[in-house]
Design a protein around this ligand. Structure first.
Ligand code: NAD
Ligand code: DAU
Length: 350
């Protein structure tokens, strides 16, 4: 009997990279992708694995307890890698409730179904919750880092909902003994990233010669990690992480938004045959995000020491790969930026 592993949110940005890695690497696992296919989920992201015998897709909203419970009973998974979430901070500011429902209630549904299925027989079982560094709040520009001991201080409805979900995961471990592991990762970039987030939005706008909206003065700092590096370390933590533990994941790669966008403009001028400096003219400073966290930066020493992991890719190389993917996949961008997304974009930027 193959082991069934649930991966939630597998049709999204990071989830699709995790599903692909697990389906390709582990023929002895049956990977079941649970995804509601919201605006951010797209089965086209997984067309290369869709027909593989060890891959199954189930369309399910994780806030629907009965449906989730039905799927746990049907497949009897021994592992869950939970990525499904509402993930965009700006959307959480305009509509917090969908974040509360999916990120908190949805996570609780999965935890409870796992507990009910495993009934105290936790041998070989694991619930892996994929979380974010945003739960720690914001750092000053003072060279400090988020560690696993940093106190939770979320500021946006998104980060508060993720913090809430982290607390419930730990509560199920402490109260019922559920075997869990949590990781808190910094900003990801790479292919299949929905173009409402800074890097893919900027790539698309540069290509179309649209303005590039930079919040405030562009001085906020993020620590960027290539998405395939994140997927690879999720595999490591899922298999080797210590029961009940938390691991911080980061790229050790801090950039102010404005410096990052200038670098991207330079790369794209070269790729598009434009004169150097042409795309930079598209940069437009706009009203800042409410409650905008100044700086995120991760100390991933624990992961490096205990599990021997470090990021594999240099940022410029990763950015170039990402730009190449977007330029080669214009149809994907067109598809995901039509319909509902257009309404959102017009509301945000008109
Ligand atoms: P994403 O928005 O690209 O994808 C989210 C996926 O979840 C989509 O496929 C969507 O359809 C699905 N989903 C949303 N609501 C659902 C529901 N109610 N039921 C079932 N499926 C639902 O997100 P992402 O950027 O790939 O992030 C994945 C996870 O990683 C999230 O938990 C996020 O908090 C975390 N994370 C993201 C980053 C990042 O930089 N993107 C960094 C650290 C952690
Ligand atoms: O740190 C991990 C988090 O990174 C994840 O948990 C989130 O799911 C993910 O969306 C990301 O959050 P950010 O808010 O950091 O990502 P975003 O791409 O939205 O913004 C990156 C920075 O760029 C941030 O400082 C806000 C700024 N920004 C963003 C957009 C969309 C702009 O200046 N202009 C923009 O148009």
């Amino acid at each position: 009997m193959k082991k069934h592993i649930f991966i939630t949110g597998g049709a999204g940005f990071i989830g699709s990279h995790v599903v692909r890695l697990f389906v390709d690497k582990y023929a002895d696992y049956q990977i079941v992708n649970l995804d509601a296919l919201t605006y951010a989920g797209n089965l086209e992201n997984l067309k290369d694995v869709a027909e593989k015998p060890n891959y199954i897709f189930e369309k399910v909203d994780i806030t629907d307890y009965e449906k989730v419970d039905f799927l746990f009973k049907k497949y009897q998974p021994c592992g869950v890698i939970h990525l499904a979430a509402e993930s965009h901070v700006d959307r959480s500011i305009t509509d917090p409730f969908v974040f509360i429902r999916t990120n908190v209630l949805g996570t609780c549904n999965l935890l409870h179904c796992a507990k009910e299925l495993w009934k105290g027989d936790f041998d070989g079982k694991r619930f892996y919750h994929v979380s974010t560094d945003e739960v720690y709040g914001a750092l000053e520009n003072d060279g400090t880092f988020f560690t696993e001991e940093t106190k939770y201080q979320p500021h946006s409805p998104y980060s508060a909902s993720k913090a809430g979900s982290d607390h419930f995961v730990r509560a199920y471990h402490d109260t019922y003994g559920l075997p869990i592991v949590i990781s808190n990762c910094s900003n990801n970039y790479g292919s299949h990233h929905f173009p409402e987030k800074l890097i893919p939005l900027a790539i698309n706008n540069i290509k179309l010669k649209r303005s590039i909206p930079i919040y405030g003065k562009g001085e906020n700092v993020r620590d960027w990690l290539f998405v395939d590096d994140h997927a690879a370390v999720i595999d490591v933590i899922f298999h080797n992480g210590k029961n009940g533990d938390t691991y911080n994941i980061g790229g050790n790669n801090e950039w102010t938004n404005i410096d990052l966008i200038r670098l991207l403009c330079k790369i794209m001028d070269k790729k598009l045959g434009r004169t150097e400096g042409e795309s930079e003219k598209l940069i437009t400073f706009v009203t800042d995000r409410a409650g905008h966290d100044l700086r995120y930066a991760i100390n991933s020493q624990k992961l490096q020491k205990e599990l021997g992991w470090k990021p594999s890719l240099q940022f410029e190389e990763g950015l170039e790969k990402t730009v190449d993917w977007y330029l080669a996949n214009e149809k994907w961008v067109e598809n995901v930026t039509s319909g509902e997304y257009q309404k959102y974009y017009k509301k945000m930027y008109s």
